[in-house]
Ligand binder design. Structure first.
Ligand SMILES: O=C(O)C(=O)C[C@]1(C(=O)O)C=C[C@@H](O)C=C1
Length: 291
């Protein structure tokens, strides 16, 4: 495998790579959500093999080179550094927990298609859904062992300045395949709520998932935690693509609520109670079957 040897001699380094997997259309987003569900259930079940193992999370227990912290933090940081080298965090749907100081990828960038729906966005519209002072993020509802994980939306945003439009266009050009319509707003692109995912996982989920106590497997626990965090993060951030695709399918329905900065109305538009109920039922059934 060439990435195990010297990257400068790797054929892939010189090749222009375009993602042609059509993963950002709404049907593919939905399909991906179902597959991610499986990954989450399996990862959590794997973690559930081991006890809690408190040493894994002791902030003062692990010290190597210049790193001081918990074993799990070390594991996630080092995994992210390695994965970053093959471009994991250049993917629109992968976000690191420790974005600072990640090494640049050694592979050339992969170009991504835009979020695609069957409906053209209105020509004159400068509306996008964005984070914090911007884009909506509405996230996964997961039911496992009675636990619902849901990240609430942030403030809706309307942007209209030409410099913002320019930067949007640049992002579109940078990361999107020509011929597609629409793309994630740069603000949406920059949403990373992994700090919330991290604290939700360690504070709310893990203690309810595993058996209390210590079985000595803190290394395995850290490996499993890393996988759980990655799949949960991906699933939760996928809300960005769902929201964008839904907006683009019927922008008129969302425009009034965006103008009014009406978060409740936007959530109502984006939420399909019956779909969520079906997801919870399906996840519960899968968890019982696999577990
Ligand atoms: O499949 C859809 O239509 C979605 O909107 C996806 C999704 C989800 O994230 O699972 C998002 C919001 C809805 O309330 C229900 C489901």
């Amino acid at each position: 495998m060439c990435w195990l040897t010297n990257f400068s001699h790797c054929r892939l380094v010189k090749k222009k790579r375009v993602d042609q997997s059509e993963t950002l259309t709404l049907p593919f987003i939905r399909h991906s959500l179902i597959r991610q569900e499986d990954s989450i259930i399996f990862s959590l079940l794997e973690r559930d093999q081991y006890c809690y193992n408190a040493d894994t999370y002791d902030h003062y227990a692990f010290s190597v080179d210049s790193f001081n912290g918990s074993l799990v933090e070390f594991m996630v940081r080092e995994t992210e550094k390695l994965h970053s080298q093959v471009g994991r965090y250049k993917n629109l749907d992968e976000l690191p927990f420790f974005p600072a100081d990640l090494p640049e990828p050694m592979l050339p960038p992969l170009q991504y298609p835009q979020v695609v729906s069957n409906v053209q966005p209105p020509q004159s519209s400068n509306y996008f859904l964005a984070p914090q002072e911007g884009h909506i993020i509405f996230c996964a509802a997961l039911l496992l062992k009675g636990l619902v994980v849901r990240s609430l939306p942030t403030k809706p945003f309307i942007h209209s300045s030409s410099s913002e439009q320019q930067s949007l266009n640049m992002v579109c050009r940078r990361s999107m395949m020509s011929g597609s319509i629409g793309c994630l707003h740069p603000c949406a692109d920059s949403i990373n709520i992994n700090n919330k995912v991290w604290s939700m996982y360690f504070r709310d989920l893990l203690p309810r998932l595993v058996t209390a106590g210590d079985d000595g497997n803190c290394g395995s626990a850290a490996v499993c935690d890393t996988l759980c965090l990655q799949v949960l993060s991906k699933r939760i951030h996928y809300g960005k693509f769902v929201a964008e695709a839904k907006f683009r399918e019927s922008p008129a329905a969302y425009e009034d609520a965006i103008r009014a900065q009406d978060r409740a109305q936007l959530m109502e538009l984006l939420t399909y109670e019956t779909v969520e109920a079906a997801i919870k039922k399906r996840v519960e059934m899968k968890a019982k079957t696999f577990g």
